[in-house]
Unconditional design. Sequence first.
Length: 388
Amino acid sequence: MISPCILGWGHTRFGKHTERSIPSLIEEAVTEALSRAALSPEDIDAIFLGHFNGGFVGQDFSAPLVGLAIPALRTTPACRLENACATGSAAIWAARDSVASGRVRRALVVGVEKMTERTSTEAGEILLRCSFTEEERSTPGGFAGIFARFAQAYFERYGDQSDALAHIAAKNHANGCSNPYAHFQKDLGLAFCKTASERNPYVAGPLKRSDCSPVTDGAAALVIANEARPSASVPAISWLSATQVNDSFPMSTRDLTQFGAARLAWQKGLRDARITLDDLSLVETHDCFTIAELMQYEAMGLCAAGEAARVACDGSTHKEGRLPVNPSGGLKSKGHPIGATGVSMHVMAAMQLSHMAGGMQVAKASRAAVFNMGGSGVANYLSVLQPL
């Protein structure tokens, strides 16, 4: 079977892009990705668009928007993928499968979202559609309320972890200062993240505003191909493993003190890659809320159940620590434009492995993992990557 690789990437800055259309965001990301891969639009055989939407914008049939953004792609086969907050990874998986099968030589993956045209209340209602609505649609606080339930369950079993959550938020905001693509590029400091205030109020349960990733706009793109291209301006990045594991949809059927399917994804992904966690140089993980990153430390095997607070507070996950987690600033600082997130995370990892991450760079980065999660821990995608 053919082994797909990443040939090039592109990324807009994430933020509030009031004056920009979805096609303009796509155009910027795609143009960058094609340039780095030393390809023209005519070299692309298929397009895979990750776009959640769910009502954020009126245009729901969005796959043709890539051809609208880049007219030379208007006749290229295109389809749209959606899988909640893991929509971008779903598009990557579809592209990888098409390349691995031999049907497609070069695939273009685009992730995009415009969320800021909606009010906070409207955005919360739209995002709750990523939950099991039969039971969870009335959750107070929107999707923050969904993850507040994880936090409350975890706190009840292991004690109040608010300081650990503040350490995660502070770390990721500090990292985001070095990311030119990040929505927030400001070091909030640990004291601010620890303290509830008018600027940092409680949003849902024990989660404060500093524990929540922002609603944002942006796009990211990857070129995935069947072989490296010597003329590309960046090194090709290959997969050691690509894993997807799903969990039961209703939260009422799960133990909310752990991400069980995430743990299975990590176990399988590391096993398939024939490495251990200690062989990784960094992880880009899905910190939609700080409680998610905290619980993912346990899922990835960085510590035993109930010990994630120690990892959060002792520097293990800082850029100079045992295993840097979210040196990009993560979703918390970079932003979480739903359809773009999974693609963006892979771009961040590719930049690290190409030693082109600037101030974000982890020294001697040679292997990276990307963990992207959809819904309330339901869709779980893990990539283990290294230079080809």
